[in-house]
Design a protein around this ligand. Structure first.
Ligand code: FE2
Ligand code: FE2
Length: 153
């Protein structure tokens, strides 16, 4: 099986590990600031990314590769809610771009199963991007009135 595909799966796994660390860090900060509703949504997204990281690792192992345990960036701390959302939009958009390219590469390497994994991840990342974009849009347009609806449990 192709080393190219293993490298691609590991590059994706590094992105997932970054997203997990980032969304969890935000989740703790938001919880601390009493934005409980926003925090639980971020936690939910982080858990989906954990499943992605795991799915990628399983495929890498199956292909006799070694799953990386290194995120490709450090989590940003101390951001405002708008900054957090901008960070997350960047992570999701970057993943979508890379996974779309990965689908094509898996196809040219004739690796249908890895291609299926990237396609299924893409469905989730598009949902995440949409959620972060909509939320940022609401915060930008409605400000404190909208933020108030994201507090508490
Ligand atoms: Fe993901
Ligand atoms: Fe995502």
């Amino acid at each position: 099986m192709s080393k190219k595909v293993i490298d691609l799966l590991n590059e994706a796994r590094s992105r997932e590990l970054t997203a997990i660390t980032q969304y969890m860090a935000q989740h703790y900060e938001l919880e601390d600031q009493d934005f409980g509703k926003l925090a639980s949504k971020f936690k939910e997204v982080a858990i989906t990314e954990m499943k992605h990281a795991e799915q990628l690792a399983e495929r890498i192992l199956f292909l006799k590769g070694v799953p990386t345990s290194k995120p490709d960036a450090d989590a940003k701390k101390g951001q405002t809610i708008q900054e957090m959302l901008t960070t997350n939009i960047g992570l999701e958009a970057g993943a979508i771009k890379m996974y779309n390219e990965a689908v094509l590469l898996c196809q040219s390497e004739k690796d249908q199963k890895s291609k299926d994994i990237f396609e299924s991840l893409l469905g989730d990342e598009e949902e995440h991007l949409n959620y972060f974009e909509n939320t940022k849009d609401h915060v930008d347009k409605l400000g404190p009135a909208y933020l108030a609806t994201l507090t508490g449990k």
